[in-house]
Write a protein that binds this ligand. Structure first.
Ligand SMILES: NC(=O)c1ccc[n+]([C@@H]2O[C@H](COP(=O)([O-])OP(=O)(O)OC[C@H]3O[C@@H](n4cnc5c(N)ncnc54)[C@H](O)[C@@H]3O)[C@@H](O)[C@H]2O)c1
Length: 256
């Protein structure tokens, strides 16, 4: 049900071309948000923006590589140009490039940290001066259960997501008195393309899903929209007392 939870708010969603980012962009738009759908993949960002507009919402697409700080600055500038504020930033762009730790090439280590850690930093850093001027803003970082616990083949990814947890806490503390909130979501296994390489290492997606109850007690993968509902809540003023929180949405995985 839509009750305008983020009515009129200018919302940037990175990774909006697919999975959790796409679902979040759509969910925010359903609740009255004015969205910048940002992604490395120009076509998929446009697809999400087009689908929002076709449903009567407000959205534009923006192509960005979040690992490039100048492009993140340009993304925030585009939002200001289009909507005259930056009220919400959801950092969902990410990569998961799994492997046996001692065999992971430098390029994969660099890419994982550049996108997942620095990309999140750059987008937060670029948005905050505008949020300070406004006296308000909500940042939602998509970390992972792997920011809290690790799994085989995911040492580098886990390190990057742990960094996002601590970045979130640090930003929350720095701006708590200035109206800017910053929280992180730690999703469990959600059915999106980012997991395909990891699934392959575990014997294939079919096998992982057949046995998912062994590590995700709810017994099924999550859906992107289930994460989007939480991102919407954290973006909206309904979560006005929540900052610096790391919230799992993982079908019970980290309860074990
Ligand atoms: N799916 C899961 O099980 C799961 C679990 C925990 C955390 N996460 C996190 O959720 C976030 C979203 O992942 P998803 O599951 O929607 O995956 P996804 O692969 O469906 O979407 C990721 C999106 O990020 C974009 N992207 C990648 N590199 C980028 C870059 N340099 N600049 C801009 N955009 C870039 C991709 O083009 C893609 O559209 C990621 O940060 C991921 O680590 C996912």
């Amino acid at each position: 049900m839509s009750i305008g939870r983020v009515s009129g708010k200018a919302c940037i969603v990175t990774g909006a071309g697919s999975g959790i980012g796409a679902a979040t962009a759509v969910r925010l738009a359903e609740e009255g948000g004015r969205i910048v759908c940002a992604d490395l993949n120009r076509d998929s960002a446009k697809q999400t923006a087009d689908s929002i507009v076709a449903s009567g919402g407000q959205a534009i697409a923006f192509t960005v590589d979040v690992s490039d700080f100048a492009q993140c600055d340009a993304l925030i500038a585009e939002c200001i140009k289009e909507y005259a504020s930056v009220d919400v930033v959801v950092n969902s762009a990410g990569v998961n490039l799994p492997g046996v730790f001692h065999e992971v090439p430098n390029a994969i280590i660099d890419k994982t940290l550049d996108v997942n850690v620095k990309g999140t930093m750059y987008c937060c850093r670029a948005a905050i001066p505008h949020m300070l001027r406004q006296g308000s803003g909500s940042i939602v970082n998509i970390s992972s259960v792997n920011g809290l616990v690790s799994e085989p083949f995911l040492a580098v990814y886990s390190a990057s997501k742990g960094a996002v947890v601590m970045l979130t806490r640090g930003i929350a503390l720095d701006y708590a008195k200035q109206g800017i909130r910053c929280n992180a979501i730690c999703p469990g296994w959600v059915d999106t393309p980012i997991n395909h390489a990891h699934a392959k290492l575990l014997g294939g997606l079919e096998k992982v899903y057949a046995e998912i109850g062994n590590f995700q007690p709810i017994g099924r993968p999550g859906e992107s929209r289930e994460i989007a509902h939480l991102a919407l809540f954290l973006a909206s003023d309904e979560s006005s007392f929540i900052t610096g929180s790391i919230i799992s949405a993982d079908g019970g995985m980290t309860a074990q």
